[in-house]
Design a protein around this ligand. Structure first.
Ligand code: NAP
Ligand code: HSE
Length: 428
């Protein structure tokens, strides 16, 4: 195809994701004219260190000056794949103000400053796209904004962190303990050198904030999400869960009800028959309930060079089509409501509790009295045979308001007949 226009792209960053995007643009070169009616060219790449050896990347397009990019009027799309809040936030705002559309994979930034950056895009009549910011290669941002726009969505649940899903899978299927599974996840490159954001649930929390904003058309930021990681989960919890026909998954959950939006990340026991229970290893999945679509599940790779680059490329291609048709700024921010956040103390859950108790008469009665006083209904109780006069007691509750549950736990901890509460895990 001759005499086609060229859409010029600048990459901010060419690490794991940026490198994948660069390679995909080359790999797709002969297809792109058919897909966007234009050629696509990477004109400049911003890095910190231009002297570093980067196989396959022409040195002459590398720069360590953002000004080179912002001042280049021929650049149509800026792709931010550096990560972190600053300076990415200012660079994205400046790119939009300079009339460039922006594609980013930066969940840390979008989960906190997404609203203000989308406002900048609207002011400039340009687009800010972030499909790769949630669940890597799985299409979920555009489905919320477009394909599911005819729904009132009431619940979104997801396994949106591959590192923790891999760790929990290895603990469940291979009997590893947490440290052993984390070491393997690090060795295989799933976990970062500093795995804190993954194992403490922050990474999943950021993705939940972004999904909640899109699902309920009301801005939810990372600090609105009640976050707990998987560091306290033990092999024993996993074994008890299995005996109850359940598996433990780190689930991001967000719901919209008359009392407001609840948004959380917790390790949760789910039935082995639930579709999310079958999501193993480092895979991600998002389960959506809408009033029209009913249940829908999106499954795939949540991270990695090409899966993440796939999502970024989809955004670049869609944006190129908009530029070619002169219709940028068509969808923009979809948060047109202001729904309050439901306080964590008001959220209801079922619970699994594991505790060590002396094996003697009256212990169970004392515990169940406390539950009764706090309006907590017990659904199952299991006691293991005692060793040296100490037994493991496992209790499953019905739905209980967090405040009532916390009050009951404080009373249990003060009981002489409870040696130790080992685990408290939510149940779906
Ligand atoms: P990465 O491998 O660490 O690459 C970062 C790149 O950005 C490097 O090329 C680095 O330059 C450059 N860079 C970093 N800070 C910069 C600065 N201040 N100025 C100029 N260049 C800078 O990171 P990544 O894994 O590709 O992640 C990129 C983004 O994608 C992050 O927001 C991440 O959360 C998101 N994401 C990643 C994945 C994944 O699987 N990796 C999945 C989903 C989303 P040098 O090479 O010179 O150091
Ligand atoms: N660290 C993330 C994970 C990938 O383990 O899923 C980037 O979102």
């Amino acid at each position: 195809m001759e005499n086609l226009r060229t859409i010029n792209v600048a990459l901010l960053g060419v690490g794991t994701v940026g490198g994948g995007v660069y390679k995909l643009i080359q790999r797709q070169a002969s297809e792109l004219p058919h897909k966007i009616n234009a050629n696509l060219e990477v004109k400049k790449i911003l890095v910190r260190d231009t002297s570093k050896d980067r196989p396959g990347i022409p040195k002459e397009i590398l720069t360590d000056s953002f000004e080179d990019i912002i001042n280049d009027e021929s650049i149509d799309i800026v792709v931010e794949v550096t990560g972190g809040i600053d300076p990415a936030r200012e660079r994205i705002a400046r790119a939009l103000q300079a009339g460039k559309s922006v594609v980013t994979a930066n969940k840390d930034l979008i989960a906190v400053h997404g609203g203000e950056l989308l406002d900048e895009a609207a002011k400039a009549g340009r687009d800010l796209r972030f499909e790769a910011a949630v669940a890597g290669g799985i299409p979920i941002i555009r489905p919320f904004k477009e394909c599911l726009a005819g729904n009132n969505i009431t619940e979104v649940m997801g396994i949106v962190n591959g590192t923790t899903n891999y760790i929990l899978t290895k603990m469940d299927e291979d009997g590893m303990d947490f440290d052993e599974a984390l070491a393997l996840a690090t060795e295989l490159g799933y976990a970062e050198a500093d795995p804190t954001a993954d194992i403490e649930g922050y990474d999943a929390g950021r993705k939940v904030a972004i999904m909640a904003s899109l699902a309920f058309n009301s801005r939810v930021v990372f600090s609105d999400v009640n976050v707990e990681g998987i560091t306290k989960i033990t092999a024993q919890d996993i074994e008890f869960a299995r005996n109850f026909g359940k598996v433990i998954k780190l689930l991001g959950i967000t719901r919209n009800s008359e009392e407001g939006i609840e948004a959380s990340v917790h390790p949760i026991l789910i039935d082995k028959t639930h579709p999310l229970a079958a999501v193993r290893e480092s895979f991600n999945a998002v389960f959506v309930h809408g009033d029209a679509v009913d249940d829908a599940m999106f499954y795939g790779r949540g991270a990695g060079e090409f899966p993440t680059a796939s999502a970024v490329m989809g955004d670049i291609i869609e944006e190129s089509r908009n530029i070619m048709m002169g219709c940028t700024g068509r969808i923009g921010c979809s948060c047109y409501k202001t729904i309050p956040i439901k306080p964590a103390s008001e959220v209801e859950s079922k619970f699994f509790l594991r505790m060590e108790v002396p094996d003697r008469a009256g212990v169970l009665a004392g515990i169940s009295n406390i539950f009764g006083e706090h309006n907590i209904s017990i659904t199952q109780v299991v006691q293991t045979p005692s060793v040296d006069g100490i037994a493991n007691l496992v209790i499953m509750t019905d739905d209980v308001r967090q405040k009532n549950f916390d009050d009951a736990i404080a009373k249990l901890e003060a009981l002489d007949s409870v040696n130790e509460i080992n685990s408290i895990i939510r149940v779906y």
